[in-house]
Design a protein around this ligand. Structure first.
Ligand code: C2E
Ligand code: MG
Ligand code: MG
Length: 593
């Protein structure tokens, strides 16, 4: 008989393997079937010895999953760690009155299931209704089968199924468990919850700045918080770098459930953000229905992940999967992957140019280059849709590089036709994050023989505010080379008044939302007039975007706004159309004069 201490350790080892009360698995059932066939006996089982019961991980020929540990032969195998053969239970003083004997079993043979560390978990056993003998060869076979079971246990537990950092079962294990549950048809509607502790961008930043060790500590801490919040009965899986998932067995009212998850997200946020490494984390949780047997397991993980992304995009901490949002994701994913090819061939991309008019003279003095994408199947895709996606990926650099090169090529072509326009190009903040951006741009202009003052870059106000430090340095370098910098969508980014004084820019482009309905909007008028006055007072040149009618044009001119851009003068035009527009405009103005 094992000592008390070692029985505790044995039970702990058994629990660590997370085998008890798990669904049946084909990998174990295969061995049990083989045992029954080799011994030509109706009953075989992989029987694990828990504190007060024998629990069958796999069984053939019995209907129940568990019998009491008391007077179970398998329990003796676990206690002694040795094989046990009982040719006739009715003849055995201890087992004559056992549950097995009473239910008609006469023969038992069991071989110990022993871990590498020497803990015996239970027995691989075969049973029959008649008394029987066991040959030495058969004993050896049973021991071999027990070894196969243990090989499977170890394989399942360690090999590629456990995360080395957190010790939690990983994505492969979750997939396998979901498959096993689907196979048994166990349970009806369940849910899969997935928490993303930090998004991929933040993760890669954190890895770069803080190093792997700190992130690993953070993931272990996240494991502790999640496991203790969910309780021992919930198995948590570590399914991605900063992602954890678990199966939610039943739903007690959706609202309450979401509240609980919201609390978990909040606890994680507070706990991890107060850790010694102060990373501002924003954990989000996605929930996907898991109608067991209907969805592929991979699909369930994907849907929960999408729901988590949806939560992130919409600024919530918890989101439940919806098909509409999923369609959205598929489209976004497709746009991003197709943009990658479009940038290589360049064939689907083009630039259009929207004239900028000096309000004091009415002359066209420049144009803004705007990207167009004609997708072969989806048709024209608006930059309003694909730019925000691209900006979050490594395509931001190649996209701006394509736009820059194309704009420079066009400026040179126009110069050869004696068309001299200052061209502005939109750049995203991800571009300015690249340390070589300013030098590259300056070098390209110099190579093409373009005066820096004929080129301008536009950065949105909101991007600037979010990433002040990185960006300002680049903007300073760009401006000191004589290239002008414009703050785009000005007025929508809520820069503080004190920040405005130091805005690293030459001009501001008042956002079209303030300008579009200017003539009919007295409050808007007050706002725009003050924006113009203030910006001019601070030394910025002022451009109004979205001028859609003659009244707005006249109002802006009266208020000494310097430039205007909008449909009233011209929509964005293909280069040849712009050339045509310029000629007809000059001749009609000459006629008028
Ligand atoms: P944006 O830079 O503020 O560009 C002005 C947008 O307003 C353009 O939309 C233009 O077509 C539209 N617009 C011009 N006049 C009027 C008007 O009178 N009324 C109204 N309602 N709209 C007017 P578009 O071309 O769809 O571009 C949308 C946004 O996409 C741009 O806003 C810019 O932020 C971004 N974008 C476009 N091309 C590029 C690019 O090459 N690179 C980057 N990073 N962003 C780009
Ligand atoms: Mg712009
Ligand atoms: Mg704008």
């Amino acid at each position: 008989m094992a000592t008390l201490k070692s029985e505790d350790e044995r039970l702990h080892a058994l629990k660590q393997l997370r085998l008890l009360d798990t669904p049946p698995a084909e990998s174990f059932d295969r061995i049990t079937r083989m045992a029954s066939q080799l011994f030509d006996l109706p009953i075989a089982a992989i029987s694990l010895t828990d504190s007060d019961r024998q629990w069958f991980k796999s069984r053939v020929g019995v209907d129940h999953w568990t019998i009491p540990r008391d007077r179970a032969p398998c329990a003796e195998v676990a206690d002694t760690s040795g094989s046990l053969v009982i040719p006739d239970l009715m003849e055995h003083p201890s087992y004559r009155g056992s549950l097995l004997a009473r239910s008609g079993i006469r023969f038992y043979a069991g071989a110990p299931l022993t871990t590498r560390e020497g803990f015996c978990l239970g027995a691989m056993c075969v049973l029959g209704p008649e008394p029987r003998q066991v040959s030495q060869q058969e004993q050896a076979v049973l021991i071999d089968l027990a070894a196969m079971v243990m090989a499977q246990v170890e394989l399942q537990h360690a090999f590629g199924r456990v995360d080395a950092i957190t010790g939690l079962p990983n994505r492969h294990q979750l997939l396998e468990d979901l498959h096993d549950q689907a196979a048994t048809g166990n349970g009806g509607l369940r849910h899969l919850a997935l928490v993303e502790v930090m998004d991929a961008l933040k993760m890669s930043d954190a890895l770069r700045v803080l190093g792997v060790g700190v992130i690993e500590d953070l993931m272990r801490e996240a494991t502790r918080v999640i496991s203790s919040n969910l309780g021992l009965s919930t198995q948590v899986y570590h399914v991605g770098a900063a992602q954890f998932a678990w199966i939610v067995p039943s739903f007690h009212g959706e609202a309450m459930f979401e509240d609980r998850l919201g609390n978990l997200a909040g606890t994680l946020h507070n706990h991890l953000s107060s850790a010694p490494v102060r990373i501002a984390l924003n954990p989000v949780i996605g929930v996907a229905p898991l109608a067991v047997g209907q969805h592929l397991a991979e699909d369930a993980i994907r849907m929960a992940h999408n729901a988590a992304q949806e939560a992130r995009l919409t600024g919530h901490s918890v989101s439940t999967y919806s098909m509409v949002a999923d369609d959205h994701h598929r489209r976004r994913f497709r746009l991003l992957s197709d943009m990658r090819t479009a940038l290589v061939s360049g064939q689907e991309l083009s630039l259009v140019y929207q004239p900028r008019i000096a309000l004091s003279t009415g002359d066209c003095i420049g144009a803004e280059a705007l990207l167009r994408w004609q997708h072969p199947e989806l048709g024209a895709v608006s930059p309003g849709e694909f730019i925000p996606l691209v900006e979050q990926t490594d395509l931001a650099g190649p996209l701006t590089a394509w736009v820059m090169a194309e704009a420079i090529r066009q400026i040179v072509a126009w110069r050869n036709m004696a068309i001299d326009l200052a061209i502005s190009v939109n750049v995203s903040v991800a571009n300015l994050d690249q340390s070589e951006f300013a030098t590259d741009l300056i070098g390209q202009l110099r190579k093409a023989g373009i005066r820096p003052s004929a080129f301008e870059i536009e950065v949105t106000e909101s991007a600037l505010i979010k990433n002040r430090m990185h960006v300002e340095e680049q903007l300073r370098a760009i401006r000191s080379a004589g290239i002008r910098v414009a703050i785009d969508d000005f007025g929508t980014g809520y820069s503080s008044l004190s920040y405005l004084r130091h805005l690293p820019a030459d001009l501001v482009k008042i956002d079209q939302s303030f300008v579009r309905d200017l003539a009919d909007d007295p409050k808007g008028q007050t706002l725009v007039r003050h924006l113009i006055e203030m910006s001019r007072g601070l030394g910025f040149r002022v451009v109004a975007e979205g001028v859609e009618d003659g009244q707005a044009y006249e109002i802006l001119r009266a208020w000494q706004c310097e430039e205007a851009q909008g449909y009233w003068m011209s929509p964005p035009l293909a280069p040849a159309d712009l050339q045509h527009w310029l000629t007809t405009r000059v001749s009609s103005r000459n006629e008028a004069a």
